[in-house]
Ligand binder design. Structure first.
Ligand code: BMA
Length: 377
């Protein structure tokens, strides 16, 4: 073997082994842009924490769907790096979500955020497929995602269950929406999907005490199989998620498997003094586990403590800076124009949010432009 050949061989071995180290999505057929998104997010985890906001592009407390408007942009001058969207009631074939957002407009905003080089994450507060058929008016939130009056729901939609066909119809509707998420040239738009969220809580029909861990895992596996294999959708990164947890063992209950999941995420709202220590512990073990499995991480829902003025800079920022947390997302600013009064502050975020924004640790849309997260080399 001459020197040139040897050099070429060594170079290709080196490139190959480097390539091998870069993690890949669970979906072996993931589109190029989806693989790029996964790798970009994986690297960004070490650069800082992206800011995400639910329904940021759809409405704010005092405005409803205005072109290119965003509470985050109004307040800081920049869009959030991560835009959250919610699919609840898409399964019913409705034109608007449970939060009255038009699905057509949602798809438009998803495309816009993709074109801006931002990250898209989608949640799904699906109605209760069992109790919605005959809602018990005495039950709180009867027939909705929050109806936990029956422990038979998940079993009823899995293969062999009485609501299996209905559930397939729901997944068909989801698939149709997902297949419509395309750029002008037909490129499927990659996004994070976080269904069946907050598993450790018992406030949704898929919660830990409402279904068995095996059922929860089967529900996930059935859903991903349907979208990925049956419908051939390869532009989704799937996010596993729990609410408050105190141990890794509790976090992993019902985990559907590394061949299904791309991201390990956590939701925890600040309800008092103990939050700082609890979230520190939980983000510690969740991010460690994620990295050991070559998965992405996120603090996918949180919210400040009532009456605390410096929560963003003194509680949130220190803890998310301590770990490789991909993004932190705060929940929607529900449209409530009737509740605004003269003299009342209508600003979308507290003043302290600017301290979070100005920190080199936080990443907004402008901070994740180079290189483009979907078009890496
Ligand atoms: C919840 C609340 C609800 C909303 C739901 C889905 O946490 O904000 O009002 O309908 O999320 O977005």
């Amino acid at each position: 073997m001459n020197h040139l050949k040897l050099l070429l061989l060594l170079t290709s071995i080196l490139l190959y082994s480097c390539g091998e180290k870069l993690p890949v999505p669970a979906d072996k057929k993931a589109t190029k842009e989806t693989v790029n998104l996964f790798r970009s997010l994986y690297e960004l985890q070490n650069k800082g924490v992206m800011f995400g906001h639910q329904d940021d592009l759809m409405y704010g407390r005092t405005w409803w769907y205005e072109k290119d408007r965003s509470d985050t942009k109004d307040f800081t001058g920049d869009y959030p790096a991560v835009a959250g969207f919610e699919l609840g009631h898409l399964e019913l074939g409705n034109e608007r979500s449970l939060d009255s957002v038009s699905f057509v407009q949602m798809a438009e905003q998803i495309k816009k955020h993709y074109q801006r080089g931002g990250v898209i994450t989608i949640s799904w507060h699906a109605d209760n497929p069992l109790t919605m058929q005959n809602p018990d008016t005495l039950v709180r939130q009867a027939g909705t995602a929050w109806d936990v009056s029956s422990k038979e729901v998940v079993a009823s939609i899995l293969p062999g269950g009485i609501n299996h066909d209905l559930f397939n119809t729901w997944l068909e509707r989801l698939a149709t929406f997902f297949l419509g998420l395309k750029d002008d040239d037909g490129t499927p738009i990659p996004f994070l999907f976080r269904p069946y969220h907050e598993h450790s809580g018992s406030f949704f029909w898929w919660g830990t005490t409402i279904c068995a861990d095996e059922e929860y895992s089967a529900l996930w596996r059935y859903t991903v199989d349907f979208l990925r294999e049956k419908k051939g959708i390869h532009n989704i990164l799937y996010a596993y998620n729990t609410d408050r947890v105190t141990s890794l063992e509790q976090y992993m209950r019902g985990y559907p498997g590394d061949d299904i999941i791309d991201m390990l995420s956590l939701d925890m709202y600040d309800r008092g003094e103990q939050f700082g220590a609890e979230v520190d512990t939980a983000l510690g073990f969740v991010t460690r586990e994620a990295i050991s499995r070559n998965k992405l991480t996120a603090f996918s829902e949180t919210g400040g403590r009532r009456g605390m003025e410096d929560w963003w800079s003194s509680v949130l920022l220190p803890v998310v800076s301590k770990y490789p947390v991909g993004y932190v997302l705060t929940w929607r600013h529900a449209y409530r124009p009737r509740f605004t009064r003269p003299g009342m502050s209508n600003q979308p975020f507290p003043d302290d949010f600017m301290n979070f924004y100005n920190s080199p640790k936080s990443l907004f849309l402008k901070d994740i432009q180079e290189p483009n997260i979907y078009r890496r080399k």
